[in-house]
Design a protein around this ligand. Structure first.
Ligand code: PMP
Length: 556
């Protein structure tokens, strides 16, 4: 049975320490005045411009807006801190009365949980993972004591590298009445959606993530806690007022605005993780390489001191984790660049053949990427018409995300679309600019259009029917006969769908005729996107055996 907002908030409030529940936060200089002013004489800053003479934004709205698009979590559910170490400490301060409470952690795990517990005078109860580092929910819950306020789970776990079993975590969320923290510092290296999608279902869940790992921003110290807005709200009230510097906020925004670069690096690190794991497993000195869903490997050596010393001697530092629970003889090795990994393997005695080779980057093919930035949006689109992988879509509009995913899946092409737009105004600029960038990207990937067909597709979508005809011949003609009854479909304004396909046809330089009808607007639009994707699949698909231009004119 779903609970009311008041019931959820009252439950969270009841878990807080008494002194935190009603705390009056320090009000920062700019909190009371949201409008942009001409002259700032309110905060005792130095008026002469050094580039950093003004205090930073205390609540980091721009950063949170970008993270919200990328993580698909509303801004109000995101707290940004000085590394994830900051929210780890705040969680203890919020929920654990010093000297009178305990936390349970699944060990071996990240060392900061017990350090933060010690600083806050909170007792630590260790719940061991199994010998192969799997989580047993029953065993962990049997260790909970009456004063236990928090459970810390790290998935993928540091130092073991593995994802913890999803059902076991859900079982803990269902049965423990306190706060459950799932630290997903390494989630971008794993093939798992993680737990952010369950936040609305579990108001006592806090998911931690960081920009330090997959995003390559460890030096900026930016971490996130994602949770019910009541929890993120309290975190914002008790943090240091200006916890992320001007320079760190702006550098993070710059790096986040090119998310496909980060995604490429993650892909390369995952490929290197496989190569390193296979190469290390083949060495006689290595007893075991544990399976990893992170950017490091836990490796058990016959003689870890000898391996550690040899690496040190060669100027390579790895982490000795042999004193952690169940990790005797183990070193934790971070996946480096291909060259760094080659050096590590050579020092450990791997032959050239054992080291394997870097996975080849597939050259050529019908690929393109477009980065388009205006005062209103910043969009990147990337596509490969000759290969498929699950689409990566983040636009800040949930329904449009879902529709663009349909294009990737049903056209069976690789498609990434990321857009940071001015959704606080409305969806117009985002939808239009995505269509423009998508059209330009597909057009550029098509190149000279050799070998392609020109076609169309009709499909039923429950009670609705959609037909999309496409001709990529280069002439632009747009027809839209789609009846929608509501003002919005999901979170997208209905009139924007016509605009989307019209802009797309102009930039893809195609004839595009779309007809659809039905009772349910969601079905009608989903039918249109799927039929478009299928028509596109036929139209861009290479005709078997033919590399010719599909026109009697011999050119398009
Ligand atoms: N959680 C885990 C599991 C980690 O391994 C680390 C860093 N090693 C962190 C959190 C801290 O990350 P940050 O740099 O965001 O403080």
């Amino acid at each position: 049975m779903s609970r009311t907002r008041a019931e959820i908030e009252s439950e969270i409030m009841s878990l807080l320490r008494d002194n935190i529940r009603n705390i009056v936060p320090y009000s920062t200089a700019r909190d009371d005045c949201k409008a942009k002013m001409d002259i700032y004489l309110d905060a005792n800053e130095n008026p002469f411009d050094t580039g950093v003479n003004r205090y930073p934004s205390p609540h980091q709205p721009k950063l949170k807006k970008m993270l919200s698009v990328l993580k698909k979590v509303p801004e109000e559910n995101i707290f940004t801190g000085n590394g994830s170490d900051e929210p780890i400490d705040l969680i203890f301060r919020m929920f654990c009365p010093p000297g009178k409470s305990s936390m349970v952690q699944a060990v071996p795990t990240y060392g900061m949980y017990s350090v933060a517990a010690a600083i806050n005078d909170v007792r630590v109860i260790d719940a061991p993972l199994s010998a192969d580092f799997t989580l047993d929910a029953d065993d962990l819950l049997s260790r909970v004591e009456p004063d236990t306020r928090l459970i810390f789970l790290c998935s993928p776990n540091n130092p073991s590298g593995n994802l913890l079993d999803r059902d076991a975590i859900i079982s803990i969320l269902d049965r423990f009445q306190g706060i459950v923290v799932v630290d997903e510092a390494y989630i971008d290296f794993a093939e798992s959606p993680g737990f952010t999608g369950l936040l609305s279902q579990y108001p006592r869940l806090i998911v931690l993530q960081t920009l330090s790992k997959a995003w390559g921003m460890a030096g900026l110290r930016i971490g996130m806690a994602m949770a019910d807005s009541c929890i993120t709200g309290i975190m914002s009230r008790i943090k240091y007022p200006y916890n992320i510097s001007v320079l760190n906020q702006s550098k993070a925004e710059e790096i986040l605005s090119d998310p496909l670069k980060a995604a490429d690096r993650v892909k390369e690190l995952i490929a290197e993780r496989t190569r390193l794991s296979e190469a290390l497993s083949a060495l006689p000195e290595v007893l075991k390489v544990y399976p990893s869903d992170a950017n490091f490997l836990l490796v058990r050596f016959r003689d870890k001191d000898k391996a550690f010393a040899a690496l040190m001697e060669a100027g390579i530092i790895v982490r000795d984790r042999s004193s952690a629970y169940n990790c005797a003889g183990c070193l934790r090795i971070t996946v480096g660049t291909p060259e760094e990994n080659d050096r590590l393997l050579a020092v450990l005695g791997a032959s050239r053949a054992q080291a394997g080779s870097r996975s080849p980057v597939l050259a050529g093919g019908r690929k393109a990427s477009v980065f388009r930035k205006t005062g209103e949006t910043s969009v990147c689109v990337r596509s490969d018409l000759d290969s498929f992988r699950p689409p990566r879509i983040a636009t800040g509009l949930n329904f449009l995300n879902h529709m663009l995913e349909q294009i990737g899946y049903h056209a069976h092409i690789a498609l990434d679309v990321i857009c940071f737009g001015d959704l606080e105004t409305d969806d117009h600029h985002s939808v239009e600019d995505i269509a423009i960038a998508l059209g330009d990207c597909l057009d550029s990937a098509l190149g000279d259009k050799s070998g392609i067909g020109r076609y169309g597709f009709s499909l039923p979508m429950d009670e609705a029917e959609a037909t999309v005809l496409i001709d990529l011949g280069g002439r632009i003609d747009f027809l839209w006969d789609v009846a929608l009854s509501g003002e919005k479909v999901g979170d997208v304004t209905s009139v924007m769908f016509r605009h989307f396909f019209k802009s797309l046809s102009e930039h893809l330089k195609c004839n595009l005729h779309i007809k659809a009808a039905g009772e349910n607007d969601h079905h009608v639009i989903e039918g249109v996107f799927k039929a478009f994707a299928r028509a596109l699949r036929q139209a861009v698909g290479r005709v078997p055996g033919g590399n010719d231009i599909p026109s009697s004119k011999g050119r398009l």
